[in-house]
Design a protein. Structure first.
Length: 202
């Protein structure tokens, strides 16, 4: 038989829900104008990350993923890569990236505007400046660890990359940095951008 909830019970449940949610601190995010990451290696997997069979590049290069020309820079990084296995789908990408990022931006919370500083800190006055920020834990790591190792992180993401009959592949990276700047308490820190790898378009 269905259980009937009276109006008084529904009000009580609502009050409990409010009291539980009032103690939860919600992170706040903003889109930075500069978000620079230093890449050391890009690898591909055709078995969802069980093995990394292809290394596309091992150069160290800085990319501003907030820039409209970032895909041109990625293309330069990958120039000279040999043809891959024909008619193959790669469904995961692993990038070795430095744990230090360069950010510039601001985030307003209530009546306070927090800005990045040249010293890699957080200010509440003046204009935002580009500064270096180092994270202590990595995002999008293989299961089992999220630790920084040797100042680097492994960033793994799903992908939809396909080679043609000659082993050529279009490599497009789509960046969404709308949450690239995070307010952690009263400190600005690097947020986790959404990154999509595809042989199509963004």
């Amino acid at each position: 038989m269905p259980t009937l909830l009276t109006k008084s019970w529904l009000v009580a449940i609502a009050l409990v829900a409010v009291s539980l949610s009032s103690g939860i601190a919600f992170a706040q995010f903003a889109e930075p104008t500069i978000y620079k990451a230093t890449i050391h290696k890009i690898e591909l997997s055709s078995d969802s990350g069980s093995t990394w069979s292809v290394t596309l590049g091992t150069k160290t290069q800085e990319f501003d993923i907030a820039s409209a020309s970032v895909n041109s820079a990625v293309g330069n990084y990958l120039s000279g890569v040999s043809a891959l296995e024909p008619n193959t789908t790669y469904n995961a990408v692993r990038v070795t990236v430095s744990s230090t990022f360069k950010l510039k931006g601001e985030l307003t919370s209530g009546v306070t505007t927090f800005v990045t500083t040249a010293a890699g800190g957080t200010g509440t006055s003046g204009s935002a400046a580009e500064g270096s920020y180092t994270i202590s834990q990595c995002n999008n790591l293989p299961s089992g660890t999220n630790a920084v190792s040797g100042g680097q992180c492994l960033d793994e993401r799903t992908a939809s990359l396909k080679t043609d009959g000659q082993g050529n592949m279009t490599f497009t990276v789509c960046f969404d940095i709308s949450a690239g700047l995070e307010l952690d308490g009263s400190d600005l820190v690097p947020g986790n951008p959404t990154i999509t790898y595809t042989s199509g378009s963004c």
